[in-house]
Design a protein around this ligand. Sequence first.
Ligand SMILES: *Cc1c(COP(=O)(O)O)cnc(C)c1O
Length: 421
Amino acid sequence: MDHFLYRDGALFAEDVPVTEIAAAVGTPFYVYSTATLLRHYHLFDEALAGTEHLVCYAMKAAGNMAILRTLAQAGAGMDVVSQGEYLRARAAGVPGDKIVFSGVGKTEEEMRVALEGGIRQFNVESEPEMEALSRVAQSLGKVAPITIRVNPDVDARTHAKIATGKSENKFGIPISRAREVYAMAAALPGLEIVGIDVHIGSQLTELEPFEQAYGKVAELTEALRADGHTIGRLDLGGGLGIPYTRSNAAPPLPTDYGAMIKRTLGHLGCEIEIEPGRLIAGNAGLLVSSVIYVKNGEGRDFLILDAAMNDLIRPAMYDAHHDIIPVIEPVPGAEQHPYDVVGPVCESGDTFARQRDLPELASGDLVAFRSAGAYGAVMSSEYNARPLIPEVLVNGDQFAVIRRRPSFDEMMNRDTIPSWL
Ligand SMILES: *Cc1c(COP(=O)(O)O)cnc(C)c1O
């Protein structure tokens, strides 16, 4: 569910007409709904009610400071994967003891910054990382709380580029070696084992792969406890999918996910952490764009937009589908016309959709990409010297630009001409 609905023939973001934002900031831009962000956060929080838990928003999905502050004020923890994300979370007001540090290649500098700034736990992914972390913690006179990310070798049945829980993926340590690696961790003086971590992939549309993985984590918890380790916390990762089309069967709801977690792991008495990203931010954001031209090609018509693959790379990178809707509501029964929806970038991959049925559109019309809140703005680039597009946050009848469009001078001035030129 989201808060982008037609009202009196025009698309609104909560109580703000999208056309009003477009007039104020120019297209293309991202717009997020506070109500949708909070609704999704609370769904997860309530799904785990009755169990000690923390919902750590995976901020790589959408990391604008205003989004982080919104969620932090609601009580969310954060899952971070880099020093930059750690510093953003802290600056947005998230206390260190609500931040978990994930990622397969943490540097010693990143470890130091998080240890000094305060951290809930590191989710460690390899033996060399374990050794480095112990060394860094000791050099600071600290002990680093850790879980070890185990790779349960289950098929998440999602797009290959976002599956992380099979043995061929680079993530975690094989669950078959977990007892041996936990024993090594226990012997390192700078580490304190607090639990187990698992994350099997993103955009999962069924609960079974999670349930398989969590079943293996339950067994491992008992084995590790028998080995004498303290396993008080289970970090179950993120990955619950969202409906990208209204026509498809909807993925399971956070409520069902929470019930499955309690059923599979509740008997262990562990504190539960989850790291949802996409499900919190995905349907809380639109990408709004204008039609530049309608070009009649041979056998197909192209809708050429002012947004491009550098602004939203998901279709090019993951073959992702985004519903595209006109900002002015089509009259009921309006005739549909198939368009190839493309951007202006010089790549054939700069295609958002092929032969997509839309009402007749003309130069200057506004369209919105739905479900663009996660892995949208954060993955954008300035390819073709296109400025990063503005981000706007709506809250009821108010809106604010939360990242402005840079000027061309600012972009150029980041480069330096060497003295010999
Ligand atoms: C990407 C990622 C997440 C978030 O995944 P979503 O599909 O956005 O929920 C959570 N944890 C880890 C370790 C990740 O890499």
